[in-house]
Design a protein around this ligand. Structure first.
Ligand code: FAD
Length: 316
């Protein structure tokens, strides 16, 4: 079932979450162990991230370095199929522009339709770790809006083959939004124009980047509505868990902590303290979001569901 139908049929705020495929070589069991504790909150959908290749350098016998592409977390589509099969909930694969030609994208979407997956979160994707900025595939897409356009065209029966009308696909397309601005955007206003373009191209809901200050989310929603964006906007919530998170999350996701939260974090001496602050903050954030009638709260588990479980027990 489509995300938009889940939202339309809901009586209140829905619960959903995002997981990462395990590191290559780990079994699907590690995924189930992360999902099992969250099933009591009846998620309507579970997102599975997509991770691009990375480059490593291996020294050959002659001393020269060989550049090798590896994918540390493959398996997005397989995990989605396994989740749908085991839990009977919708699984949403993330689909990215990076590393894909248009034809490869088309073939991936055909696989998804055959598997009965009718939701995708369409993203540009992060740059490869060793590259300073995002570089598109030479026959692929530069921006998420172009990927969304391709999926919408397939929903109209228009594939990449010239002049051939084929059976339309039926994807519900999600897109990303950034309450604190995407880090490459010139300002919040131009970033918002990008969100509007993505919705106009066919995205039917928005999932936000994590944020810790609800007022920034509410301002983002207001700005979207003023810009004529009417689709559901789903807030993304991440429970802080470790001392490393404290500096990693702002650096990697380009977000700020509000002063009340940073004051509490400065008092933390170990991971346990941070975990407790993260849970309390997550509960407070979720309760306020719910009181404002958000359609769904989407939790970023980042391979740790215990904090999300503790938050959800207080909120759902
Ligand atoms: P876009 O919407 O294409 O925007 C990228 C930047 O380009 C923005 O700054 C935008 O303002 C700008 N822009 C857009 N169009 C134009 C234009 N025509 N001219 C100039 N500038 C323009 N990454 C992964 O690799 N895998 C994942 O699974 C994944 N999951 C995610 C899930 C969520 C909910 C979110 C919020 C992000 C996720 N990401 C993931 C990260 C995402 O891929 C990065 O944030 C990426 O840098 C941007 O993706 P986007 O889809 O927002 O890109």
């Amino acid at each position: 079932m489509k995300v938009t139908d889940h939202i339309e049929n809901a009586n209140g705020t829905l619960f959903s979450f995002e997981i990462l495929p395990p590191l290559k070589g780990k079994s699907i069991q590690s995924i189930y162990e992360g999902i099992d504790p969250l099933m009591e909150f009846k998620p309507k959908f579970v997102n599975v991230t997509y991770h691009r290749e990375e480059f490593i350098y291996k020294e050959r016998e002659n001393g020269l370095l060989e550049k090798i592409a590896i994918r540390k977390r493959p398996g997005t589509v397989g995990i989605c199929a396994a989740i749908m099969n085991k839990y009977d909930v919708d699984a949403i694969p993330h689909l990215i522009c990076g590393g894909f030609s248009k034809e490869e994208t088309e073939n991936a979407l055909i696989d998804l339709q055959f598997l009965g997956i009718d939701n995708v979160l369409a993203l540009r994707g992060d740059s490869i770790k060793t590259e300073s900025s995002f570089r598109p595939h030479k026959e692929g897409h530069e921006f998420a809006v172009d990927l969304i356009h391709q999926i919408s065209e397939m929903n109209n029966g228009n594939y990449t083959m010239d002049d051939v009308q084929l059976e339309p696909t039926n994807f519900c397309i999600g897109t990303a939004g950034y309450p604190e601005k995407h880090f490459e955007a010139m300002n919040l206003e131009t970033d918002l124009l990008n969100v509007k373009r993505k919705v106009d191209a066919g995205a039917s809901y928005i999932v936000t980047q994590m944020f810790f200050d609800n007022s920034k989310f509410f301002r983002f929603v207001d700005a979207c509505r003023n810009a004529g964006i009417t689709v559901p906007i789903i807030p993304g919530v991440k429970p802080l868990k470790t001392l490393t998170h404290i500096s990693f999350l702002p650096k990697f996701f380009h977000i700020d902590y509000p002063i009340e939260l940073s004051t509490e974090l400065l008092k933390c001496k170990d991971n346990k303290d941070v975990e407790q602050v993260g849970i309390e903050w997550g509960i407070q954030q979720s309760k306020e979001l719910m009181a404002q009638g958000v359609p769904c709260i989407h939790y970023y588990t980042m391979s740790n569901s215990t904090s999300v479980q503790k938050i959800a027990r207080e909120v759902f």
